[in-house]
Design a protein around this ligand. Structure first.
Ligand code: SAH
Length: 363
């Protein structure tokens, strides 16, 4: 498990390849040939790139690795939610969740696959309800490791991924430069070719980074993990709110809305006795209406070792109806993957040992 000394081919954009070729006195079209081999033909070595000279292939081999993510374990069944555990070049493990059809952020109901991908190993934001932050933060994922999750699942299933949500492990906006590069490769027609509107970046609310991301010309979607309608409630469960208050967050969201002219989604997990009161629903309705945002209510998924639980169904529905009466488009989500610990907030930091794969201890 030694660290790979060479950068992976899946972290370069077409422009990066062009620059690389030009620096070596190679014609520009070589770059196009490379991305064709990588993303259309999906080869797994430079050897297979038969329209490149032997010398060039040799040169590429000296500078890059293929860095495909090996699958350590797949949990779940063919036609339902499946969870992939991948090993990175330094031995760290990350998870990706493949969700078939109907739970779909792009709003369509065709039999399409959504992939929930990770952006970091662990997470530094310490949301009190989430399993991903329990063992803290280890490192950012490289752009190639973000793209690699999609490629590995497509290779394994033989089906293209049509939707991506950055709702796996990590805070994508804390890894903005690499996230942006990955989005470019995933979206490009020379690359993985996933429509920008079919990619949703979810954040715990890093206001300045939301403003930065709004400048990206791509029409990606934004989801906010809100989980509290007032600072008082949100602060208790999301420490990030002490840094960026709801007022500051909404300033950034107004920028996003003005630039992107698209609906923002609020994620709101319902936790019994914490944020599920109808007073919170009233405030949430007012805030969401002000931004013309929609709300996804998610009954809390239990996390071993954490005391929280979801409210009963009548309370969930009362919360939903309060939002609807307040003029807000809202849905109450039926989770997929709860049983295999693949649902939101259930992705934990894991470690490979001689005894097998273990969940990393807290702290
Ligand atoms: N850090 C980003 C990306 C992770 S998204 C963000 O916070 O948006 C993971 C989603 O799952 C978030 O909406 C998170 O709040 C939610 N979540 C975390 N723990 C959960 C749990 N136990 N049950 C249901 N949803 C949970």
């Amino acid at each position: 498990m030694s660290a790979s000394p060479l950068p992976s081919v899946f972290g370069l954009t077409l422009d990066d390849w062009i620059e690389w070729m030009q620096e070596r006195g190679q014609p520009k079209f070589r770059a196009k040939q490379i991305v064709e081999w990588l993303y259309q033909k999906r080869v797994s070595s430079f050897e297979e790139m038969t329209n490149l000279s032997r010398e060039l292939r040799q040169l590429l081999t000296e500078h890059f690795s293929f860095g495909a993510l090996p699958v350590v374990r797949v949990t779940g069944s063919e036609d339902s939610t499946r969870k992939y555990l991948f090993r990175l070049h330094d031995g760290r493990l990350i998870e990706t969740v493949r969700i078939p059809a109907n739970v779909n952020f792009a709003g369509d109901r065709s039999p399409r696959i959504t992939l929930c991908i990770s952006s970091q190993v662990g997470c530094a934001y310490d949301c009190k309800f989430c399993a991903s932050g329990l063992a803290g933060f280890t490192r950012n994922l490289e752009a190639a490791e973000i793209v690699g999750q999609v490629l590995a699942v497509e290779r394994e299933t033989g089906e293209p991924v049509r939707n991506i949500v950055f709702m796996g492990m990590g805070e994508p906006l804390a890894n903005l430069t690499r996230l942006t590069k990955a989005l470019e490769i995933l979206n490009a027609d020379w690359g993985v070719n996933i429509g920008a509107r079919h990619m949703t970046v979810s954040t715990s609310g890093l206001a300045p980074q939301i403003e930065k991301l709004s400048k990206l010309p791509m029409q990606i979607r934004l989801a906010i993990s809100l989980h509290g309608a007032t600072d008082e409630v949100r602060e208790k469960i999301m420490p990030v709110n002490k840094k960026y208050s709801i007022t500051r967050l909404f300033e950034a969201l107004e920028t996003w809305r003005d630039v992107k002219k698209q609906k923002i989604t609020f994620e709101y997990i319902l936790i019994e006795g914490v944020n599920d009161s109808l007073e919170q629903a009233e405030v949430l309705a007012k805030r969401a209406r002000g931004l013309n945002a929609k709300v996804n209510l998610i009954p809390y998924n239990t996390v071993e070792g954490l005391p929280w639980k979801r409210p009963d169904v009548p309370q969930q529905e009362a919360f939903l109806h309060t939002l609807e009466r307040g003029g807000v488009k809202a849905t109450l989500r039926r989770e997929k993957g709860h049983d295999i610990d693949a649902a939101c907030g259930q992705l934990r930091l894991q470690q490979e040992t001689e005894e097998g794969i273990i969940v990393k201890e807290q702290g």
